[in-house]
Design a protein around this ligand. Structure first.
Ligand code: MG
Length: 349
């Protein structure tokens, strides 16, 4: 599939990396990292593999169930590069769940209710096509829609207006610019849609630009790409820079750090879209465990990347039902990779 995410950027083929962590007790854990191309965040697929090859030998001998020690070792051996560390951390959580005989959702605090609501991303097209997609996905059970904007401001205004006309009572519409507007363009757009029931997500590249746009609108405001570290949450809260954050597991370095940020947001009531940059069945399972253990009032939305992609890489991954998803019940992530699809390892340590 093609994902057109902002002005000039689109991605047609996603390059995903799966990590297998083996233990001397015979258990294995799995994680997945799939950056959204090289132009989106400071992350790219070959970089993930190079970084994992650099880190992995330094982790041999550690106990994968001691997540703080594993993360400390990774952060000591490599500064930054959270996306490199994410799949390793997720694989260790998978092992921890298997050791304890519990799904990761239980280890993250427990399952809230039966399922949680997903958003559907709507790739950049002409406004009429995007509006039709809102209606089509609505009939599949989705109630939350994320329009990819961040292109020509006049066309984006039309996209938002036409899409909003398709909403049913209770639906949520987000216009996600993925950093694509300049500050003056963003201010024009938010002014033009001031009477539309729409949330604005990450209009510009830099935090300060987003903050300036925020000051020009009373639409609910979501920060995504700039929330790449736990320190951004108290800063944004202090500045009243956002109502919602977009928490992507690999953007912050894995489940251990995603949980820290999630729990930090719960206390002051900052809602979250919990997801990742992209991915398949293993990423979708990891997202489901975090999202399902988040208080529903603060789970703004989540997503099921395995329904966007054409290849299934694991059995047991959660499958969407009527626009909703549930974390697997089996121990760990609750998935088993399809080795016949993945092929031979490109690197072993
Ligand atoms: Mg976003």
């Amino acid at each position: 599939m093609k994902a057109a995410i902002n002005g000039g950027n689109s991605v047609e083929v996603f390059d995903s990396t799966v990590v297998e962590v083996r233990t001397d007790a015979g258990l294995t854990g799995y994680g997945e990292i799939c950056p959204l191309g090289a132009a989106y965040l400071p992350a790219y697929a070959a970089g993930a593999r190079a970084g994992i090859a650099e880190l992995a030998p330094r982790l041999i001998g550690l106990d994968p169930t001691q997540l703080s020690l594993v993360n400390h070792a990774m952060d000591s051996a490599m500064r930054g590069h959270p996306y490199v560390k994410s799949a390793i951390d997720v694989a260790c959580w998978d092992i921890l769940g298997k050791v304890r005989g519990q799904p990761v959702v239980s280890l993250l605090g427990g399952r809230f209710g039966e399922s949680f609501a997903l958003y559907r991303a709507i790739s950049q097209e002409v406004p009429e096509t995007m509006a039709k997609m809102v209606s089509a996905y609505g009939s599949q059970g989705y109630t939350k829609f994320q329009l990819k904007v961040g292109g020509d401001p006049d066309i984006d205004i039309e996209r938002i207006r036409l899409a909003s006309a398709q909403l049913q009572r209770g639906d949520v519409l987000v216009a996600d610019a993925n950093t694509g507007w300049t500050q003056h363009q963003a201010i024009r757009v938010v002014d033009a849609v001031r009477s539309v029931d729409v949330c604005i997500e990450q209009p510009c590249m830099r935090y300060e630009e987003c903050l300036a746009v925020r000051e020009h609108t009373d639409r609910p405001f979501i920060l995504d790409e700039v929330i790449d570290d736990i320190g951004q949450v108290p800063r944004g809260h202090q500045d009243r820079a956002m109502d919602v954050i977009n928490l992507k597991i690999s953007k912050v370095g894995g489940l251990t750090k995603a949980r820290q940020i999630r729990d930090l947001c719960v206390s002051p009531g900052i809602a979250m879209t919990i997801e990742d940059t992209w991915g398949g069945d293993i990423v979708t399972a990891a997202i489901a465990h975090v999202a399902h253990s988040t208080p529903p009032a603060l789970l703004f939305s989540s997503t099921d990347f395995n329904s966007y992609v054409t290849v299934s890489i694991a059995e047991g991954a959660p499958q969407r039902e009527g626009g909703r998803l549930a974390a697997p019940q089996a121990p760990g992530l609750g998935i088993a990779p399809r080795m016949e699809i993945l092929g031979k390892a490109v690197y072993e340590s």
